[in-house]
Design a protein around this ligand. Structure first.
Ligand code: FES
Length: 222
Protein backbone atom coordinates (compact mmCIF):
# COMPACT_ATOMS: atom_id res chain seq x y z
CA UNK A 1 0.00 0.00 0.00
CA UNK A 2 1.42 3.36 -0.99
CA UNK A 3 1.61 6.23 1.41
CA UNK A 4 -1.12 7.89 -0.61
CA UNK A 5 -3.33 4.83 -0.27
CA UNK A 6 -2.63 4.77 3.45
CA UNK A 7 -3.60 8.38 3.61
CA UNK A 8 -6.68 7.68 1.54
CA UNK A 9 -7.57 4.73 3.79
CA UNK A 10 -7.04 6.88 6.82
CA UNK A 11 -9.24 9.53 5.26
CA UNK A 12 -11.83 6.90 4.42
CA UNK A 13 -11.75 5.54 8.00
CA UNK A 14 -11.95 9.07 9.29
CA UNK A 15 -14.95 9.73 7.03
CA UNK A 16 -16.63 6.42 8.08
CA UNK A 17 -16.01 7.27 11.73
CA UNK A 18 -17.64 10.68 11.28
CA UNK A 19 -20.69 9.06 9.72
CA UNK A 20 -20.83 6.55 12.62
CA UNK A 21 -20.35 9.36 15.04
CA UNK A 22 -23.17 11.34 13.38
CA UNK A 23 -25.44 8.26 13.49
CA UNK A 24 -24.56 7.74 17.15
CA UNK A 25 -25.30 11.37 17.87
CA UNK A 26 -28.66 11.04 16.14
CA UNK A 27 -29.42 7.93 18.21
CA UNK A 28 -28.44 9.71 21.37
CA UNK A 29 -30.65 12.67 20.43
CA UNK A 30 -33.59 10.37 19.68
CA UNK A 31 -33.06 8.50 22.93
CA UNK A 32 -32.88 11.79 24.81
CA UNK A 33 -36.10 12.97 23.14
CA UNK A 34 -37.86 9.73 24.05
CA UNK A 35 -36.58 9.99 27.63
CA UNK A 36 -37.82 13.57 27.93
CA UNK A 37 -41.24 12.61 26.56
CA UNK A 38 -41.41 9.65 28.95
CA UNK A 39 -40.40 11.91 31.82
CA UNK A 40 -43.06 14.47 30.94
CA UNK A 41 -45.75 11.80 30.56
CA UNK A 42 -44.85 10.38 33.94
CA UNK A 43 -44.44 13.72 35.70
CA UNK A 44 -47.67 15.49 34.60
CA UNK A 45 -50.06 13.32 36.61
CA UNK A 46 -47.62 13.50 39.52
CA UNK A 47 -47.62 17.28 39.24
CA UNK A 48 -51.42 17.32 39.22
CA UNK A 49 -51.46 15.06 42.24
CA UNK A 50 -49.04 17.38 43.98
CA UNK A 51 -51.26 20.38 43.19
CA UNK A 52 -54.30 18.50 44.57
CA UNK A 53 -52.41 17.51 47.70
CA UNK A 54 -51.15 21.05 48.14
CA UNK A 55 -54.71 22.38 47.84
CA UNK A 56 -55.91 19.77 50.33
CA UNK A 57 -53.10 20.67 52.73
CA UNK A 58 -53.97 24.38 52.37
CA UNK A 59 -57.60 23.60 53.24
CA UNK A 60 -56.53 21.63 56.30
CA UNK A 61 -54.28 24.50 57.35
CA UNK A 62 -57.17 26.94 57.91
CA UNK A 63 -56.29 29.19 60.81
CA UNK A 64 -58.22 28.98 64.09
CA UNK A 65 -59.47 32.55 63.44
CA UNK A 66 -61.09 31.42 60.19
CA UNK A 67 -63.15 28.90 62.18
CA UNK A 68 -64.40 31.36 64.78
CA UNK A 69 -68.12 32.15 64.52
CA UNK A 70 -69.02 35.68 63.36
CA UNK A 71 -67.59 38.20 65.82
CA UNK A 72 -69.13 41.54 66.74
CA UNK A 73 -67.61 44.11 64.36
CA UNK A 74 -66.93 41.59 61.58
CA UNK A 75 -67.74 42.66 58.04
CA UNK A 76 -69.25 40.38 55.42
CA UNK A 77 -67.97 39.21 52.06
CA UNK A 78 -69.10 36.80 49.38
CA UNK A 79 -68.80 33.07 50.01
CA UNK A 80 -68.02 32.61 46.31
CA UNK A 81 -64.23 32.82 46.10
CA UNK A 82 -64.29 34.41 42.64
CA UNK A 83 -66.21 37.38 44.06
CA UNK A 84 -64.26 37.67 47.32
CA UNK A 85 -62.51 40.80 48.42
CA UNK A 86 -64.95 43.62 48.93
CA UNK A 87 -66.53 44.17 52.30
CA UNK A 88 -70.21 44.26 51.49
CA UNK A 89 -72.06 47.54 51.76
CA UNK A 90 -75.72 48.46 51.96
CA UNK A 91 -75.70 49.50 48.31
CA UNK A 92 -74.43 46.08 47.16
CA UNK A 93 -77.89 44.57 47.72
CA UNK A 94 -81.14 45.12 45.86
CA UNK A 95 -84.60 44.29 47.17
CA UNK A 96 -85.42 42.15 44.14
CA UNK A 97 -82.42 39.83 44.66
CA UNK A 98 -82.73 36.42 46.34
CA UNK A 99 -80.59 35.58 49.36
CA UNK A 100 -76.81 35.76 48.85
CA UNK A 101 -74.39 33.37 50.53
CA UNK A 102 -71.76 35.32 52.50
CA UNK A 103 -69.14 34.75 55.19
CA UNK A 104 -67.72 36.99 57.93
CA UNK A 105 -64.42 38.78 57.49
CA UNK A 106 -62.19 40.13 60.26
CA UNK A 107 -61.96 43.90 59.59
CA UNK A 108 -58.50 44.19 61.13
CA UNK A 109 -56.66 41.27 59.59
CA UNK A 110 -58.81 40.66 56.50
CA UNK A 111 -59.08 37.00 57.56
CA UNK A 112 -62.15 35.45 55.95
CA UNK A 113 -63.92 33.20 58.43
CA UNK A 114 -64.69 30.41 56.02
CA UNK A 115 -63.04 27.63 58.01
CA UNK A 116 -66.39 26.30 59.19
CA UNK A 117 -69.55 25.69 57.17
CA UNK A 118 -71.47 26.96 60.19
CA UNK A 119 -70.22 30.43 59.23
CA UNK A 120 -72.17 30.44 55.96
CA UNK A 121 -74.77 33.20 56.13
CA UNK A 122 -77.82 34.09 54.05
CA UNK A 123 -77.93 37.83 53.39
CA UNK A 124 -80.87 39.62 51.83
CA UNK A 125 -82.46 43.01 51.44
CA UNK A 126 -86.24 43.12 51.92
CA UNK A 127 -88.74 45.97 52.07
CA UNK A 128 -88.55 47.37 55.60
CA UNK A 129 -92.34 47.55 55.79
CA UNK A 130 -92.51 43.78 55.13
CA UNK A 131 -90.36 43.03 58.18
CA UNK A 132 -91.88 42.21 61.55
CA UNK A 133 -91.05 44.64 64.35
CA UNK A 134 -88.61 42.20 65.95
CA UNK A 135 -86.92 41.52 62.63
CA UNK A 136 -86.48 45.24 61.98
CA UNK A 137 -84.52 45.44 65.25
CA UNK A 138 -81.93 42.88 64.06
CA UNK A 139 -81.71 44.25 60.52
CA UNK A 140 -80.23 47.36 58.97
CA UNK A 141 -81.80 49.22 56.04
CA UNK A 142 -84.07 46.19 55.48
CA UNK A 143 -81.06 43.84 55.24
CA UNK A 144 -81.37 40.61 57.22
CA UNK A 145 -78.88 37.81 57.88
CA UNK A 146 -79.57 34.19 58.85
CA UNK A 147 -77.54 31.03 59.13
CA UNK A 148 -77.48 29.03 55.89
CA UNK A 149 -77.62 25.77 57.88
CA UNK A 150 -81.09 24.23 57.90
CA UNK A 151 -82.28 23.44 61.41
CA UNK A 152 -83.80 20.18 60.22
CA UNK A 153 -80.82 18.26 58.90
CA UNK A 154 -78.11 20.78 58.06
CA UNK A 155 -78.51 21.33 54.30
CA UNK A 156 -77.75 24.82 52.96
CA UNK A 157 -81.02 26.76 52.65
CA UNK A 158 -80.60 27.92 49.07
CA UNK A 159 -84.19 27.96 47.77
CA UNK A 160 -86.13 31.22 47.40
CA UNK A 161 -89.91 31.37 47.09
CA UNK A 162 -90.23 34.77 45.47
CA UNK A 163 -94.01 35.29 45.75
CA UNK A 164 -94.06 34.67 49.51
CA UNK A 165 -90.54 36.04 50.08
CA UNK A 166 -89.60 32.86 51.94
CA UNK A 167 -86.56 30.59 52.01
CA UNK A 168 -86.91 26.93 51.17
CA UNK A 169 -84.48 24.16 52.01
CA UNK A 170 -84.07 21.97 48.92
CA UNK A 171 -83.45 18.78 50.92
CA UNK A 172 -86.90 18.27 52.50
CA UNK A 173 -88.68 21.50 51.58
CA UNK A 174 -88.78 23.18 54.97
CA UNK A 175 -89.86 26.81 54.50
CA UNK A 176 -88.60 29.71 56.62
CA UNK A 177 -89.78 33.32 56.75
CA UNK A 178 -86.90 35.84 56.72
CA UNK A 179 -89.39 38.71 57.26
CA UNK A 180 -90.37 37.21 60.57
CA UNK A 181 -87.18 36.20 62.36
CA UNK A 182 -86.57 33.11 60.20
CA UNK A 183 -89.66 31.41 61.64
CA UNK A 184 -90.71 27.99 60.33
CA UNK A 185 -93.59 28.31 57.84
CA UNK A 186 -93.67 24.58 57.16
CA UNK A 187 -91.54 21.64 58.31
CA UNK A 188 -90.07 19.14 58.75
CA UNK A 189 -87.76 21.70 60.40
CA UNK A 190 -88.91 22.41 63.94
CA UNK A 191 -86.72 25.42 64.81
CA UNK A 192 -86.43 28.93 63.36
CA UNK A 193 -83.35 29.79 61.34
CA UNK A 194 -80.97 31.55 63.77
CA UNK A 195 -80.56 35.23 62.84
CA UNK A 196 -77.36 37.26 62.82
CA UNK A 197 -78.09 40.83 63.99
CA UNK A 198 -76.63 43.48 61.69
CA UNK A 199 -75.76 47.13 61.84
CA UNK A 200 -73.98 49.51 59.51
CA UNK A 201 -70.80 51.60 59.68
CA UNK A 202 -69.87 54.03 56.90
CA UNK A 203 -72.11 52.05 54.58
CA UNK A 204 -70.45 48.72 55.39
CA UNK A 205 -72.53 45.87 56.80
CA UNK A 206 -71.32 45.00 60.29
CA UNK A 207 -72.11 42.09 62.61
CA UNK A 208 -73.89 43.65 65.62
CA UNK A 209 -74.17 40.54 67.84
CA UNK A 210 -73.68 36.80 67.71
CA UNK A 211 -76.35 34.47 66.26
CA UNK A 212 -79.51 34.72 68.35
CA UNK A 213 -79.79 30.93 68.80
CA UNK A 214 -77.78 27.74 68.42
CA UNK A 215 -76.44 26.96 64.94
CA UNK A 216 -76.88 23.35 64.00
CA UNK A 217 -79.52 20.79 63.28
CA UNK A 218 -81.53 18.42 65.39
CA UNK A 219 -81.95 19.14 69.06
CA UNK A 220 -79.77 21.89 70.53
CA UNK A 221 -77.37 20.76 73.28
CA UNK A 222 -78.68 21.32 76.83
S1 FES B 1 -82.34 19.46 55.81
FE1 FES B 1 -83.56 21.17 55.36
S2 FES B 1 -85.54 20.40 55.30
FE2 FES B 1 -84.37 18.71 55.82
Amino acid sequence: MTKDNNDMHADLNKSTCCACSQANENNVTDNKRRSILKYLAASIPAANLLTGNTALAAMKKKSPESKLPPQVGDRLTYFNKRLRGPKLTISDLEISDKQTLVVPIDPNTGEVRDGSRYNQILLQKLSIEHLSEDTQKISTHGIVAYTAICTHNGCPVTGWVKDEENYMCPCHQSVFDPKNGGSVVSGPAARNLPALPLTEENGELVVAAEFNSWIGFGKPPK
